[in-house]
Each structure stands twice: as C-alpha cells, then as structure tokens.
Ligand binder design. Sequence first.
Ligand SMILES: [Zn+2]
Length: 302
Amino acid sequence: MTQTTKPAIGLTLSHHIVAGVVNNNKLASALQSYPPEGEDYEDALIEMPREGIISVMCDEIRALIKGGAKPSAVGVALPGIVRNGVVEDSPNLPQLKGARVEEELCAALKEAGISTTVKAMNDADAVAAGLAASHGKLETTIRVWTVGTGIGFGRYPIVDGIWEGGHTVVTLDDKETYCGCGGRGHLEGIMGHRAMRLRFLDMEPEDIFENAKKGDPRCMEFRKLWHKALAAATASSIHISGAGKFYLTGFNIRFLDQNLLRDYIEQMVRMSPLQNFTFEIVPEAVENEVLGAAVIAQQAIT
Ligand SMILES: [Zn+2]
C-alpha cells in the first residue's frame, strides 16, 4: 500500500451524514455529523430531498477542511447499488435513485471553490475497506455482513459487479415478501430491521428476541429463521467465492448467536475444502465506514 500524505475525506450516509478526514489510512479528524449530536431523529434523511442531501454533504466537507489542505479525494458511502458514480437503486433512501452522486457533489464542491475527485460506493464495501485498513489487512480479501435497517454485503478490495448479498434469495416461501426492494424470499426481508417490524406489527425487533428467550413459540421460530437466513446467504457466498473469514457488524448484530449460525452453516456446507470459515463480530462504528470510504476514494486516484 503506497503511503499518501495528502488527506482524503470519507463520508457516509444512512440515518446521518457523517464525514471525517483520513490521512495515511487512519482517521485524522473529529467526525462531522448531520443532524448534529442531540438533534437527531431517525428519519431526518429519509424525508430530505436529494438536492438537500448533496448540499449537506458539501457543507460538511467545507467545515472539515476549513483552513486546512484541500482533499486529494472524497469518498461517499451510500446504501444501495452504486456503479460508475450513479446510485442505480437505493430502497432505503429512495430519493437517491438515479442520483449522479460523483458528478453532483463534485459540481457543488467546485462551486464552493474546492476542486477534487469524488468516488461513490456501496456502504458495505466502505465497511469492508475500513476493516481492512484498521486491521492492517489492505492486502487481503475481506467480506462483511452489515446487519441493520437493511442487510449489506461488503467486499474489499472492490471488484466490479453488483454484490447485493443482502438480497440473496434464502427461502422459496411465497409469503416472504418483507424486503424493502419488493423482491420475494430475500435475506433482508427476514433479517432487516424494517422487515422485522413489518412482520411483527405488534412488537419491536428487541422484543422479538427477548420473547424468544422467554419461550414464546412464534418468536423462537423466527429467531431460528433469522439465523438460518444468514447461514444460507453465507453458505451461498462460500460456495461461490470460497471459505475464509466473514466479519459481522451493524446495530442488530446484537441478536446474533454465533454458535447457532455456525451450526446451520455446517449443515449447509459439506464439502471439506469449504469448511474452514470463521467469523468475527465487530461493533458497528461509523468511524470505520468513514475511513473505508476515504481509503477507496484514495485508491481510485492512485
Ligand atoms: Zn430485496
């Protein structure tokens, strides 16, 4: 990995827009957040039109580089399918569908007197790159599941393709239609936070797993399904790309029982060269995503 001295900026967009300066593959500033700490409410960005989102991103970048060096590159991590600078689809932030994020943010920055390059990417890929950078593994392949509102599948290094692993089909049951994308039988339709709320209209995801512990049959059944779904998608990834390590993160990874997951995967993956898979749970950290976004942006220009 070539060491760079010119800072880059990483920016991630989910419930908040969070940005930070990255230098030599490490976070080098405090994070800027919109909405600011204390003023946050869950749907702040869902209700914001796309022009507003671009302008908040631009303001955050300006605030970060106030008086400092101009960034060599800006990396933007977004939920959804992001290819060639365009958000092709984003079920969890629908107003971004079709947004030419690289072009639009670049133009907004230029107007503010900052000329730099912008690289847009899927947020789970930023998580994977952030883990690679913070674990000193920029030379190895990293796979990560992000278990939150949606389910993301990240890979580092970035390889061309779609990689929407969160929409892996894990069941043929016709009634499984809770995925935010509208597709039937998807992993996210079982594990995603929004999907769980749709399935159990009478309880929150926390209550489902709490009630499963207390022996509620419907919740116990769902807890098994939740783990089996992740096992199935992981087994599919193993059968396509081989075994190895999977990182697990996101705010709902708190519901995971690693032993149960391992048990299900072992039942699904029986070929001996594919059985050396491992997991590591890493706490969700927005710093990691910001770092990864900047690392990918910097690699794109070198
Ligand atoms: Zn889906």
